[in-house]
Write a protein that binds this ligand. Structure first.
Ligand SMILES: Cc1ncc(COP(=O)(O)O)c(C=O)c1O
Length: 391
């Protein structure tokens, strides 16, 4: 059996399918939006959970130290960052951790920097917690490359600026930030006393010509002023287990974070998630390596397709399984563009505009699918373009 072959999720209550009608006005689209994979969760995880189910009681349990140790080993092995079990806290979701960190490290009315375009809950977490959203848009250069705009950032920092939310690797633009880029951003923030909440949930989906560098691993100062969010959800396609980790090296910041977390009584999560978490980090290496080969081949297929359809601009993502398609040459408004993808191409993608106004004219395609699904999606898009005179 092809480990990364087609799996029908239509009747599985997958969000990708259940929300099709609501989001796209029809069920007749291939859903390539929400960022989970249409790829089987590794069998080492499913087997570990099945094994645990042989015990007839599913009660309260706490995370075993060896589960966290497996994650520490994974991070050291894959990202050359030595972390300690004591630094880790359980969280049911990375987005929840962002909210909790915002509450722990700022007060209502304080300013929080967000680098747009970005994963939409970044904005929600700032606004829903009554902090002031300050946008520091990424620069999009003539080659289609996105970069930090440090001059703009410098100009926007005030004494009320407390936090910066970093997305690393970046969803949706697919950048894996370089050491130099991270250092210059990090140094500016540490100079100004700004804590960085670094969402690194995509850290393991990085293609071989790039290297993910955990921000907190770059210097002692950054280690002391960074809150790092990671988890097995994206890496091993196990978002449904609702488990992730907050890494804080500074004991002072850690105590502040935990005291906020205790107000919400997250506890330690659910036993089946603990089991899945440990199996993933302890046994998932080979599966992960094969996954990256599969995703890389899909990425290459999109690149080749775009080379033959220059009206769709594409810069290969350095990380993530998300293709950020530049559709501006189609000269459609955002609503028209979305309708074109849904009604003409039969594809349910994420509209670029949902990531911020800088995303206008873009569409995000999730390519973590079986090869034949991607082939079909690109064929549908080719036909729709041809029909509209863009052949
Ligand atoms: C950058 C980023 N952070 C967080 C999440 C969601 O994480 P969780 O489901 O653990 O809240 C996503 C999901 O797409 C994401 O892209």
């Amino acid at each position: 059996m092809d480990e990364f072959g087609f799996i029908d999720r239509t009747d599985s209550n997958a969000e990708k399918h259940t929300l099709k009608q609501k989001l796209f006005g029809t069920n007749d689209v291939m859903p390539m939006w929400v960022a989970d994979m249409d790829i089987a969760t590794p069998s080492c995880i499913l087997d570990a959970v099945r094994h645990r189910l042989e015990h007839p009681i599913i009660g309260y349990e706490i995370m075993r130290e060896q589960a966290y140790k497996a994650q520490c080993d994974w991070v050291e092995h894959n990202h050359a960052w030595k972390i300690e079990v004591d630094w880790l806290s359980y969280s049911p979701s990375v987005v929840a951790s962002i909210g909790c960190a915002i509450r722990a490290f700022s007060d209502e009315g304080d300013e929080v920097i967000v680098q747009s375009p970005v994963y939409p809950p970044f904005y929600d977490m700032v606004r829903n917690n009554n902090r002031k959203l300050v946008l520091n848009p990424l620069v999009h250069d003539d080659q289609g490359e996105y970069r930090f705009d440090l001059e703009d950032l410098k100009a926007k920092i005030t004494p009320n600026t407390k936090l910066l939310l970093l997305c690393s690797p970046h969803n949706p633009v697919g950048r894996v930030w370089s050491r130099e880029e991270l250092l210059s951003l990090g140094e500016l923030c540490t100079q100004k006393g700004i804590i960085i909440i670094s969402d690194e949930v995509h850290c393991d989906i990085v293609f071989s010509e790039n290297k993910h560098i955990p921000l907190a691993s770059l210097s002692q100062k950054l280690s002391e002023s960074t809150v790092t969010l990671i988890g097995p959800g994206k890496t091993f396609n196990m978002a449904g287990f609702s488990i992730s980790t907050v890494i804080i090296a500074s004991s002072v910041l850690r105590e502040r974070y935990r005291s906020e977390q205790h107000k919400m009584h997250f506890g330690d999560g659910a036993v089946l998630s603990h089991v899945a978490f440990e199996a993933a980090y302890a046994q998932g290496h080979t599966w992960h390596k094969n996954l990256m080969e599969h995703l890389n081949a899909n990425r290459r297929m999109i690149e080749q397709w775009c080379a033959g359809h220059p009206v769709i601009g594409f810069r290969k993502p350095e990380g993530t399984y998300l293709a950020w398609l530049d559709c501006r040459a189609l000269k459609m408004g955002d609503r028209e563009l979305r309708n074109f993808f849904v009604n003409e191409a039969g594809l349910g993608l994420s509209a670029g505009l949902s990531f911020g106004k800088e995303g206008s004219g873009f569409m995000r395609l999730n390519f973590a699918v079986a090869r034949e699904v991607l082939v079909r999606a690109l064929e549908q898009l080719s036909r729709a373009l041809e029909k509209n005179g863009y052949g």
